[in-house]
Design a protein around this ligand. Sequence first.
Ligand code: HEM
Length: 145
Amino acid sequence: MMKLLTRPYLTPLLLSLLISACAGMGNQSSLYQQLGGQPAIDTMVDRLIVLHAQTPEIQQYFEQSNLQRFRDKLSEFICFISDGPCEYSGDSMALTHGGMYISDREFNTGVDLMIQAMDDSGISLSARNQLLARLARLRSDIIEQ
Ligand code: HEM
């Protein structure tokens, strides 16, 4: 290595490799950051609530709900599962949705509305798909129970 560094024509090459490796490390931001942090998550959740209200199949489930609590807990939950700086203080997905008997089809509609809410909030395609992959794992805790 020392011998290599003493060759003047190789030093710039090694330096540029080192700099690009460091720059690459800097790009490994959390999903929370890629989503746009709390402001983008809050915008997305607000948009989702509007979309729920416009979709009778989903809205029927929220008729007795405290929407302020839903807003706060869902924002916190998304922050938490995207590796953001939050602790989730709401109920588990199984406890929350147990007894609602949400069908597979309704779950898919709910996810479609989340996709729409993310698109409307300017969240990138890559961040959106990563979040969707994490949400999809919750399906069995949420449907038909
Ligand atoms: C991946 C999909 C979903 C996620 C991540 C999710 C997440 C959550 C969270 C974090 C809460 C708040 C829990 C709390 O208050 O402690 C909640 C509440 C609720 N969710 Fe979901 N949910 C999903 C899908 C659905 C679907 C598809 C429906 C209906 C079709 C639904 C209906 C509800 C209702 C009605 C509440 C309010 C419960 C209450 O008022 O006590 N959720 N959900």
